[in-house]
Design a protein around this ligand. Sequence first.
Ligand SMILES: Nc1ncnc2c1ncn2[C@@H]1O[C@H](COP(=O)(O)OP(=O)(O)OP(=O)(O)O)[C@@H](O)[C@H]1O
Ligand SMILES: [Mg+2]
Length: 502
Amino acid sequence: MSEEYVLQLEHIRKEYPGVVALKDVTLELKKGEILALIGENGAGKSTLIKCCSGAVIPTSGKIIVNGKEFTSMTPQLAAENGIAIIYQEFNNVKELSAAENLFLGRPIRKGVVVDKKAMEREAAKAFEQLQIKIDPKALMKNLTVGYQQMVEIAKAIQQDAKILIMDEPSAPLTSAEVESMFRVVEKLRKEGISIVYISHRLEEIYRLSDRILVLRDGEYVKTLITKDSEVQELIKLMVGRELTETYPPRENCVDNNEVVLELKNVTGNGDNNISLKIHKGEIVGLGGLVGAGRTELAQVIFGAAQKTSGQIVFKGKEINPKSPREAIDLGIALVPEDRKRHGAMLGISIKNNINMPIYERTARLSVINSKLEMETAQKYQKSMAIKTPTLNQLVKNLSGGNQQKVILARWLAADSELIIFDEPTRGIDVGAKYEIYKLMNDLVEKEGKAILMISSEMEELMGMSDRIVVLSEGVMTGELNKSEFNQETIMAYASAARMEEG
Ligand SMILES: Nc1ncnc2c1ncn2[C@@H]1O[C@H](COP(=O)(O)OP(=O)(O)OP(=O)(O)O)[C@@H](O)[C@H]1O
Ligand SMILES: [Mg+2]
């Protein structure tokens, strides 16, 4: 029986102080298949696959690679046995070239000197084999995230990996990059490489995988054959309850008389002549393709970049925030897209992270109310289902998705009147997504806030917005009221500027 499997994890258990991350988990990977690994944030997906590389040493259990048994791995053993992992955060060196990264830790040498030319030649071959266009000499820091990931995949192939494990590979990618990644992954499967694929996006799971393994709360739930399974069933297995609606219902509470933010012909930071209004109680969706200038516009409103002309009117007064600090003081928050880079304080506790904006406010009055501090943290832990044994846990010990929730909570605790969300649910599981949507609804409904939401997920954009504004190449190409929402129309607006150019 066991010849059928290239990788078997048997009865894996992993304990951390106060947390049992994995309890008796079993995973079996067949040759040439794509096995999807799914589960809520904190279910144990990353921990499980890290056992295969030696990044995590299981408390007990067995790892069997091509029939060979191990109680734990080391990075070297993993490589020798043909296992490669593309982590949620890649381990590349930004200042080195693509070729140098490909041969990181095992450079090609000519005598004692590193043979740069040979590495570049080999890298070019590896990229060509994957049918991707990357200049081997290009510095990593100048490559897009999509290409950086391709370098990681090429590296795995170069090292002759037969088992490729990918932890949320699509999360940081643009939709075009996701397509190329799929193409490469499918090509590798055809060549007999076995793949474990972690993702929160169920449509990807259906498109790519042969089988699906579901984890819940560190426990093995079930392995299903993708083509015989149904989405509702998967969701139920993952979250342990029925989740019939994707978007929580919301009463329309837009106060058309009260404009919170108005942009009048705003130009700068790559955007041109943008005019829009956001009212009290309203969620305005900002749609468009990657590179449309949506994040850039958010930066201008938030004081992280400057406009060159036009006006920003906030609560009836013209403002010119010169820094995020100034924007925050005015009552504007921006929950950034790249939350790891721009927001997480990994070395401090969940409680302190969430209360950061409150400390900043109260520190000026030099009182810190520890009861309020705990209550605030508890409130957000509950509403966002942050999975942790204690609020004193350091953020770096949380799962990727739970770290994101903490950052989100921190910005919400700032109690701003206008909140800009840049891709609010990226990397967040289906159940928690729903909670975040509910929270956004509460913000507009109960607290009368105004929200600007940037989203590349068409369904999310249509499901959550009261109105959608579409940008294309830095100009506004369309605006739709709820009754006009339609995927085709939005897509047409999103590519409108390109069409005009011919
Ligand atoms: N070093 C650590 N110390 C303490 N707890 C940890 C540590 N690493 C992981 N955990 C805990 O183990 C559990 C599983 O985390 P893991 O990162 O495997 O989840 P995940 O399924 O990958 O989630 P996500 O979808 O959010 O990435 C979580 O409760 C997490 O807090
Ligand atoms: Mg993870």
